[in-house]
Design a binder for this molecule. Sequence first.
Ligand code: NAD
Length: 356
Amino acid sequence: MQARIVLLPGDGIGPEVVAQAQRVLDRVAAKFGHQFEFSTHAIGGCAIDEFGDPLPEQSLTACRAADAILLGAVGGPKWDDPNAKTRPEVGLLKIRKELGLFANLRPIQVLPQMAAASPLKQEIVAGTDILFFRELTGGLYFGKSGKETTAEGETAWNTMIYSTHEIERIVRMAGQAARGRRKKVTSVDKANVLEVSRLWRRVFERVMKDEFPDVEFENVLVDAMAMHLIARPTKFDVVVTENLFGDILTDEGSMLPGSMGLLPSASLGSSGPGLYEPIHGSAPDIAGQGIANPLATILASAMLLRHSLKLEAEAKAVEAAVDAVLSAGHRTKDLAAGGVSVTTAQMGDLVLAALN
Ligand code: NAD
C-alpha cells in the first residue's frame, strides 16, 4: 500500500512523541511491504510563532490531500495570554471542523499488567476494554446560544440540537466497530428529561434493529452511566453518545487506566482523512527533557493503521508490541512510580524491537 501521512507535531512534547510514532510507522511499512510518505506541517503555538495562524493554509491543504493525519499536541504557557489575537487550540477546533470530523473514538483499555496503576481497585478495572464514540460536531457546543441582561439580571442559554442524520451516521460507525469486537453497543442519553435525547434514542434503536441485527444494544441514562463506568467498567464494549455527555464520560473513563500517557484517540468523518492523536496535552512541564511517554501516540498510529489505512494486522502488531514492552516491565517516568525508567527514545527502541 502507498499512503500519504501528514505529521502535525505541534508544541511541547508533541514533536518528541510524534517522532517515536513515525519510527514505528516506518518499521511497519518496511516489515509489511508498504510505502508511507510523510510530510510535516505546523499547527498550534509554533504555527502562531511562524505564520501568525494556529492552522496555516498550507497545513490545512496538506491535511486535505493526506490519507491520514498524526497530531502530537498543541498549547503551552507561551501562548496563554488571554488578550492574544489567537490561541493554539483554535487550530485544533478548525481542523476538526474543516475536515468534517464528527466522530471521536477513544479506546479505554486497562491491560492486566497496568491495572495496579489505576486509582480504582484492580479487580474492578482489570480487563476493561471500551471503545467510546463521542459525537464531535453537534449538540450543545454547536447549538444556538445567547445572553441578555434584563431588569432581573443576566440570562444566558445554549441549545442542544441534533438531527436524524447526525445521529444515524455516528450510530452506524459504532455498530460497525462493534461487529469487529464483542458485538455490543451501549447508547448513553438523558431520554427521561430531554426531547433531543428521545430523538437520539429512537434513531439509535431503529438503526441498530434495521442494520445491525447481529449486534446487541442497550440504552443507559447518562447519570447512571457515570456510576457504572467506575463500578462495572468491564461490562461495556462500544459506547456511543452525544458531544457533551461524551466529553465528560471519556475524561472519566481516561482515569481508569491511571495514566494519560497510554491513551490514544481518533477523529473521523464520513470520507477524507482521519486525525489521530494522544489524549494528553503538550506537557510543557517535561518538554525537552526526553522523558515523555510516547506510547499514547504510538497507539494512535495503530488506530491510524486500522481506521484510515484498513491495515488491521499491522495495527494489531503495533498494539501487541506495546503490550509486550509493558509486560516486560519497561516504563517511562510517568508510569515508573519512582522506579527505574526509560527515556522517550528508549521506549521507541523497545517497541521497534518488539515489532521485530
Ligand atoms: P497535559 O496533558 O499536557 O499534562 C498533564 C500532566 O500529565 C503533566 O504533568 C504532564 O507532564 C503529564 N503528561 C502528559 N502527557 C504525558 C506523557 N506523554 N508522558 C508523560 N507525562 C505526561 O495537560 P495540561 O498540563 O493541562 O496542559 C498543557 C498544555 O496542553 C495546555 O496548553 C493545554 O491547553 C494543552 N492541551 C492540549 C491538548 C491537545 O493538543 N489535544 C489536550 C489537552 C491539553
